[in-house]
Design a protein around this ligand. Structure first.
Ligand SMILES: [Mg+2]
Length: 381
């Protein structure tokens, strides 16, 4: 049998720089001969971490001072891609569920990290739900692939760095005195976000208006149950300089939300009602736009597609976040030039961010040119 080039080298022991000069690239050489100079298989690892909030975080239905996250990394050929799953308790994931899910993931079966679609299709099929845990793999893989190409994702996708939005900054539900204090502290932000859906709604807006005239966006978190009440509130809010409303009524109230959107003086955005791609189609005609979050939609791969689908349906796009580190914030910020509204204050709300990445400077999302999702670690975890 005729010896091919590979057999010849293997048999002759001709492994060295002299032969490399003969034509094979280092990568091809390593690939052909499975040389373990670096680990050429993707290795996923994960570690639970707890975010400590600067202030108590109050939503329509709950309050808390910490948020559990899972920090992931994928090592490959000497590079490390970082990812994160943020898991606010009301969404049903936890350190335990994420660890269970991630333990089932075997990335060593894939030879090529660039096969993002194939790899993430597999991750999605490993189990149902677990969208934040899936996002933690998606983000780490994107970070790794960006590092392999030495480019940030906003460039890979062809977006303009300068067109990033101003982020809103959330003022939580609180007493009048605290709301005044928090509004003053938020001076650098150009847009304030207010959580509504309680009997304090008008007090919240009126209190902020004592301090500033800047634009406000409101998130009702499904808190209004009556469509006429909701419409009356939207007219009142419109007069107070509110610019849009997120999830005004429960997601199950599809006809009522559609009715409200048709009559509303403000654009409406579906958040709780929009998780993944099929929900974008369902939201068409029900809301003016959608709020995309990596932790709901399994990560950047799907978020990028949802942006394209929403735009093709002439729907507005909002990019949101959970309380999360600069890892997930930097990931979603790679898409941020494509949205009308940005809610990317998640990392600003925590005391123990283990990463530095996309910054918010005078309220504007500012991307850097580091490859991947644009982060580096600032303390061990
Ligand atoms: Mg929301």
């Amino acid at each position: 049998m005729k010896q091919n080039r590979r057999d010849f080298i293997l048999n002759s022991g001709l492994i060295g720089g002299a032969f490399l000069a003969g034509g094979l690239s280092t990568e091809t050489f390593a690939e052909n001969f499975n040389i373990k100079k670096k680990n050429s298989k993707m290795k996923l690892s994960f570690k639970p971490y707890t975010l400590e909030l600067k202030h108590v975080f109050t939503l329509a239905a709950s309050s808390r001072t910490t948020t559990p996250v899972m920090l992931t990394q994928i090592e490959y050929e000497g590079l490390t891609g970082y990812g994160e799953a943020s898991m606010p308790p009301y969404l049903g994931e936890s350190h335990e569920s994420a660890a269970k899910f991630l333990s089932k993931i075997d990335l060593t079966q894939f030879k090529n990290p660039f096969e993002i679609e194939k790899i993430l299709d597999y991750v999605d099929r490993v189990d149902k739900l677990n969208t934040a845990a899936k996002a933690s793999v998606d983000i780490a893989l994107h970070d790794l692939v960006g590092k392999l190409t030495k480019q940030p994702w906003y460039k890979i996708w062809g977006y303009e760095k300068e067109k990033t939005p101003y982020t809103s900054f959330t003022i939580g539900i609180d007493t009048k005195e605290v709301v005044i204090q928090k509004t003053k502290e938020a001076e650098e932000f150009k847009i304030l976000k207010v959580k509504l859906g309680r009997d304090t709604d008008k007090m919240m807006i009126e209190t902020i208006r004592l301090v500033t005239d800047k634009p406000i966006v409101v998130d009702v978190n499904q808190g209004w149950k009556d469509k006429q009440f909701a419409l009356d509130m939207l007219h009142w809010l419109n007069e107070k300089g509110v610019k849009m409303v997120e999830q005004p009524m429960p997601k199950e109230m599809i006809d009522e939300n559609a009715w409200l959107t048709e009559k509303s003086p403000l654009p409406t955005f579906g958040d709780e009602s929009v998780q993944r791609i099929p929900d974008v189609i369902k939201a068409h005609g029900v809301y003016s736009g959608i709020n995309i979050k990596l932790m709901k939609c399994t990560g950047l791969r799907e978020a990028h597609k949802m942006v394209a689908i929403a735009k093709s349906l002439n729907m507005k796009v909002m990019l949101g976040c959970m309380v999360e580190t600069s890892c997930a914030i930097s990931a979603v910020s790679q898409l941020s030039s494509q949205c009308e509204w940005a809610d990317m204050d998640g990392a600003l709300l925590i005391k123990n961010d283990p990463f530095i990445g996309t910054q918010v400077i005078e309220g504007k999302v500012v991307l850097n040119d580091s490859p991947g999702i644009g982060i580096s670690k600032v303390m061990p975890h």
